[in-house]
Design a binder for this molecule. Structure first.
Ligand SMILES: [Ca+2]
Ligand SMILES: [Ca+2]
Ligand SMILES: [Ca+2]
Ligand SMILES: [Ca+2]
Length: 417
């Protein structure tokens, strides 16, 4: 009985194996085929199977978009003091050390190497402009080009000279060259450029002699930034220039409530403007504290009772700045301060073309309280106790702009109405 049963079992097992034998063979063949395929895959000529698609996938992960101006946007300006805000948004650009070249009407307007990829562009005259941007790699090879965006600028210029300020490509190239050749804190935001002036601005609080100079507007809330509401709360336009004697500046501050109850060494608690300068950027690159070659200078447009504008050198001397000349204007929506600081007040600086310094200009806002409520700065982060948060100031000598502007304005006509 048992033997017969065993025989049956054995027979069933044999049948079971024989029945499935073709399947087993089939699975073994597929398995071998896969092993062979993967081992020779990289040698196959077909792109589809090889890794050659990697480069195009990488390119596709770039994205470059003109965020400002928008398509067919129209700008109505009253003078060439006003600028078109240019902002490029990119994907995977920063991580790779790439640069963005921005072309307006097919000529290079700006090269940006660090985010934010934005700047203010001064349109030379009324007209329609095309803008596009391209990404270049370390070898200056163009690896991505954005779409072209058209926009209109209408300058209702009231004088010939105002509406014909040319965009000077040479100056832009020089700025880029200086930044490329220097060690500066690009991660802390756009550099502030100061052009040499061949006839100094009149210190009277009026903007009219600042047409030719760069305007810096990218102020970011940095200290007590949770109190920031909008551009009317506090924002600013900063411009500066220099000659062998002085550093000149103009700042137009928009501030909904002017509140400066203080004078002299307390002006930093009310509405005021502060420069922090590290004159030995190269050697102090990683030193967080202020040392002997640094300056912190504060400026007030005058107190609430109408005292004169004043400045205070908080560091290193803790004294008023006697040589500084200031003029200010206060209005309902803010104030302006125009000033000249003699270089002898900052003896660590030897003013020269292409000098690169650590620098942040901050606007301190006090509206209703008795001390500072909010600070906006020209660098992305700012901390009075940390010099490594400073942005960059570059002195540039680009020749006599006034003279160049006058000679070019005689050959150009304004189309503003
Ligand atoms: Ca002036
Ligand atoms: Ca305010
Ligand atoms: Ca220093
Ligand atoms: Ca205020």
């Amino acid at each position: 009985m048992n033997d017969r049963n065993n025989d049956k079992k054995l027979k069933r097992q044999k049948t079971f194996f024989l029945d499935r034998f073709p399947y087993v063979i089939f699975i073994i063949i597929i398995g071998l085929a896969l092993i062979i395929f993967f081992s020779v895959k990289s040698k196959l000529p077909l792109n589809f199977f090889s890794n050659n698609t990697a480069t195009s996938t990488q390119e596709n992960t770039f994205n470059l978009l003109i965020a400002s101006p928008t398509k067919n946007q129209s700008f109505e300006f009253v003078s060439t003091n006003e600028t078109v805000p240019i902002e490029i948004k990119g994907k995977n650009i920063e991580d790779n050390n790439y640069k963005i070249n921005i072309y307006i009407n097919d000529s290079l307007a700006k090269t940006l190497a660090a985010s934010p990829f934005k700047f203010n562009w001064s349109p030379p005259q009324t007209g329609t402009y095309d803008i596009y941007a391209e990404v270049t790699d370390d070898a200056d090879k163009v690896i991505y080009t954005s779409e072209k965006v058209s926009f209109d600028v209408n300058i209702k210029g009231d004088s010939l000279t105002e509406s014909t300020t040319p965009v000077n490509v040479n100056i832009e190239e020089k700025k880029n060259k200086v930044l490329e050749n220097s060690n500066y804190r690009s991660q802390n935001g756009s550099a502030v450029f100061s052009l040499k002036c061949y006839s100094p601005p009149v210190i009277d609080g009026n903007l009219d002699d600042w047409n030719l100079y760069d305007k810096f507007t990218f102020f970011t809330p940095t200290i007590l930034k949770e109190n920031y509401t909008n551009v009317n709360d506090v924002s600013g336009v900063f411009s500066s220039c220099w000659d062998d004697d002085n550093y000149y500046f103009f700042i137009k501050v928009t501030d909904d409530v002017y509140n400066q109850p203080y004078n002299t060494n307390q002006i930093n608690k009310g509405d005021c403007v502060v420069f922090v300068i590290d004159t030995n950027l190269e050697n102090d690159f990683n030193i967080p504290f202020l040392n002997g070659d640094d300056y912190q200078i504060e400026f007030s447009a005058g107190n609430n009772s109408g005292s004169s504008p004043e400045s205070f050198i908080r560091w290193p001397s803790n004294t008023t700045s006697k040589g500084t000349i200031l003029a200010s204007k206060k209005g309902s929506g803010g104030y302006t301060i125009e000033g000249s600081i003699p270089w002898y007040e900052m003896p660590s600086i030897t003013a020269a073309d292409e000098l690169v310094m650590g620098f942040t200009v901050s606007i301190m806002d006090t509206d209703n309280l008795e001390s500072t409520e909010l600070v906006i700065s020209s660098s992305k982060q700012f901390d009075f106790n940390n010099v490594t948060t400073l942005g960059t100031l570059v002195l540039i000598d680009a020749g006599d702009l006034q003279k160049e502007n006058e000679s070019s304005s005689t050959t150009q006509t304004t189309t503003g109405q």
